[in-house]
Design a protein around this ligand. Structure first.
Ligand SMILES: Cc1ncc(COP(=O)(O)O)c(C=O)c1O
Length: 396
């Protein structure tokens, strides 16, 4: 009798992240009394502002506990469009905004909308690792292109042209990027869009770290002229709005695709979470934005502190990250095995950071990602521990 095959073969392509093993170990060490400084997790350390929480609670108390429309509350879609007008001076038809369960929900929808099995999509290596897995689920092919400090770890239009293959159907960028925190300028975005559009492909732009930029504003791809039907912008309430656990994000799509996205949303999720949507309406209030802007300043100070402290320890930061809350450090002078380095660092000092191998293949063993999601005192302690560790570090 044939053995029962319990899982689909696509599961073989979906790997868990190395940082998860480190996180498990960190929890173990913490339970044994070790003080762990968590600089590995990709979420802000700030709680959702009280007024935003109160709006979510009030919605629940008022009995707003049922499904909303699959693409989200009309008033939230309008509020998101209003945010683009206010912050970027860009007019977006609210009907083009699809509210989703996190940016992850937006990514599920847009990849399902666009890509067939066998289709290829260009992405930067290093980059956000889940993107590959969303493509694998569809049988599509992530086509990672090695990027380095010379292009601020971003894909360029020339690379898009050079690496476009027979099966390539799109390119996917993130600005600011995870893990590098680097940005694409408006001109670079426009050139990439032009290159993709000329090939008849789609451009996906992940803007989930927008709002978290320091000394500069990130350009939204939605401000590009003449993007026709080929531009999709992904965003979220997770990062700038400090709402990771509420699971709410959005997609801005060409009008002609909204009906199909709504159909997919009906089937995938039925609707985004209701209480979270009411809370999110409050996230755009002046009071909330004032809190977010104060927090942005706090992150700015933390980044500046690490930018001066880490290079002195031998962690090179070849390209100043202008956004997100990550530093992508070149540790090639110290190690050729980023996982072993992170593992030993955790074991010996209680500082948890993420190995480069979680973000791709290109020079991944020579890099680590440090998230500055702890206050300055904790960061200073982490720097002190790192310094002592590196002074005695020997590759096993
Ligand atoms: C670049 C990027 N895109 C998308 C996501 C998904 O975020 P969420 O589903 O919480 O909105 C993340 C999460 O870390 C990310 O870093």
């Amino acid at each position: 009798m044939a053995a029962l095959r319990t899982t689909a073969s696509r599961l073989n392509r979906i790997k868990s992240f190395h940082v998860m093993a480190l996180l498990d170990r960190a929890k173990q060490l913490e339970s044994q009394g070790l003080d762990v400084i968590h600089l590995e997790v990709g979420e802000p350390d700030f709680a959702t502002p009280d007024n935003v929480v109160a709006a979510g609670v009030a919605a629940l108390q008022q009995g707003k506990t049922r499904y909303t429309a699959p693409s989200g509350l009309p008033e939230l879609r309008r509020a998101i469009a209003g945010f683009y007008r206010q912050r970027y001076g860009v007019d977006i038809d609210p009907g083009r905004v699809v509210v989703t369960p996190g940016a992850s929900g937006a990514i599920s929808l847009v990849t399902a909308l666009l890509f067939n099995a066998g289709d290829g999509v260009l992405l930067a290596d290093p980059g956000y690792p889940c993107n590959d897995n969303f493509l694998h689920l569809l049988g599509a092919e992530p086509q990672r292109v090695a990027v380095g400090p010379e292009s601020a770890y971003q894909l360029t239009a020339a690379q898009v042209e050079q690496h476009w293959r027979g099966n390539t159907r799109g390119a996917w960028v993130a600005s600011p990027s995870n893990p590098t925190g680097t940005l694409l300028s408006r001109d670079e975005l426009a050139a990439i869009h032009q290159a993709v559009d000329a090939k008849g492909g789609a451009l996906l732009v992940d803007e989930i770290y927008h709002g978290l930029t320091y000394g500069v504003d990130a350009a939204t791809a939605l401000a590009l002229p003449d993007t026709r039907d080929s531009l999709f912008v992904i965003n979220s309430f997770s990062k700038y709005f400090n709402m990771t656990g509420w699971r709410l994000g959005w997609l801005v799509a060409p009008a002609c695709h909204v009906e199909a996205l709504d159909r997919l949303a009906q089937n995938f999720f039925l609707a985004p979470p209701t209480a979270a949507q009411y809370a999110a309406l409050e996230a755009f209030s002046d009071a909330s934005i004032a809190v977010y802007e104060q927090r942005r300043e706090i992150l700015h100070r933390r980044r500046d502190y690490l930018l001066q402290a880490l290079p002195a320890l031998g962690l090179k930061i070849p390209c100043v990250p202008q956004g997100a809350f990550y530093l992508y450090c070149d540790v090639s002078a110290i190690t050729g095995d980023s996982f072993a380095f992170c593992r030993q660092l955790l074991e010996q000092t209680g500082v948890a950071i993420t190995p480069g191998i979680d973000f791709g293949d290109h020079q991944a063993n020579h890099h680590v990602r440090i998230a500055y999601t702890q206050d300055l005192d904790r960061l200073a302690l982490a720097v002190q521990r790192l310094g002592n560790f590196i002074a005695h570090y020997r590759e096993a």
